[in-house]
Write a protein that binds this ligand. Structure first.
Ligand code: ASP
Length: 343
């Protein structure tokens, strides 16, 4: 099998240069910089091919159609390479990593997303380390899932979230420990990795139908929900308080949620807290949400919940089937609490 790594530059700071209008993607920059580093051509770093996408984007402009392009690109080159590095802007990297983790069904090779806070052409940068380590991780085998590598940490893609706008420690995985800690040594925590898949690899595109995320806040009204949830919306991620609570004494708000859910909008409750899980059975406020058709997203990130909704909708499932699958762990994105022992 080929030992090469396929590197795709989709855009983002890592491959940008200064222009009179500020940083902008610089076609060919990464290849020029990497080819000029002799240490990259020894045996520690795998051989690689690097391709710049035609439309290099700031990741703020990425949409599910771009996830589909990246997924299709990986699928087209799947058999030819040992692993994949996707260079991506940091702003929406966790969304893309989450979505790809569902879309690349039966993935048996490493797909590592990385980027940087400072472009690779600057004297002081985090780009070189992130890219070189991602290359080594993608070439070393053993990992068969979509990961995000940044600043010494290998994270499960669908557990990652951007937590710092300017620090090098830009990403965290609040509800699942790091898959690897990379310092002097490259330490992979193999017991935390996904097992190699049982089925064959298949690329399943995400739907590009509308879904939304809405943060619950004091004073939110039923009309706010109605405006967001009106057709053609297919799914809504509710970022609720604590263990999944929202105002429960406002009959109009509950009515708006019920109307949407009865129309087939899948409403998934996740927590606004950085860590922890939703439990709609803990408080009456949560139970009332469940009563109007809201389902638990357990400890999924917003990024994972949105990507999973679009993946399931892309498979053409009915709202009931989507709702059922949303509550199950498909690829390490959620932890369901253990069932308490019978009294
Ligand atoms: N705005 C940039 C992007 O997400 C930031 C970065 O790459 O770090 O594309």
């Amino acid at each position: 099998m080929s030992k090469t790594v396929y590197v795709a530059y989709t855009g983002g700071t890592i491959g940008m240069s200064r222009t009179p209008d500020g940083y902008a993607p610089d076609r060919g920059l990464l290849e020029r910089v990497l080819r000029g580093l002799p240490e990259l051509h020894g045996d520690q770093v795998p051989a690689f091919v690097i391709r710049d996408y035609a439309d290099l984007k700031d990741s703020a402009d990425m949409s599910p159609a771009d996830w589909n392009d990246i997924g299709a690109d990986i699928a087209a080159h799947y058999d030819d390479h040992a692993g994949f590095v996707i260079l991506h802007g940091t702003d929406t990297m966790a969304y893309t990593a989450s979505a790809l983790s569902f879309m690349l069904e039966g993935l048996a090779k490493p797909v590592i997303l990385t980027g940087s806070q400072i472009p690779i052409g600057e004297v002081r940068n985090d780009a070189r380390n992130n890219l070189v380590t991602a290359l080594m991780l993608a070439g070393s085998g053993g990992v068969s899932e979509v990961c995000l590598y940044f600043n010494g940490q290998l994270l499960r893609g669908n557990r990652s979230t951007k937590v710092h706008s300017v620090g090098f420690d830009a990403f965290a995985s609040p509800n699942y420990p790091a898959l690897g800690d990379i310092g002097i040594e490259i330490e992979i925590h193999t017991e935390r990795l996904r097992r190699p898949p049982a089925g064959p690899f298949r690329f399943a595109p995400a739907s590009t139908e509308p879904v939304a995320a809405l943060r619950i806040f004091p004073g939110i009204t039923g009309d706010v929900i109605r405006n967001i949830a009106k057709p053609p919306l297919r799914g809504l991620v509710l970022e609720a308080y604590g263990v999944g609570n929202a105002p429960s004494h406002d009959p109009d708000l509950l009515a708006a949620l019920r109307e949407a859910s009865e129309r087939g909008v899948v409403i998934v409750d996740v927590t606004q807290c950085i860590r922890g899980s939703v439990d709609l059975t803990s408080y009456a406020a949560g139970a009332r949400l469940a009563g109007v058709g809201v389902i638990s997203g357990f400890d999924m990130t917003v990024e994972a919940a949105l990507g999973k909704l679009l993946y399931l909708l892309g498979r053409g499932l009915s709202p009931d089937e989507v709702a059922r699958a949303m509550q199950h762990d498909l690829c390490g994105e959620l932890t369901r609490p253990p069932v308490p022992p019978m009294a």
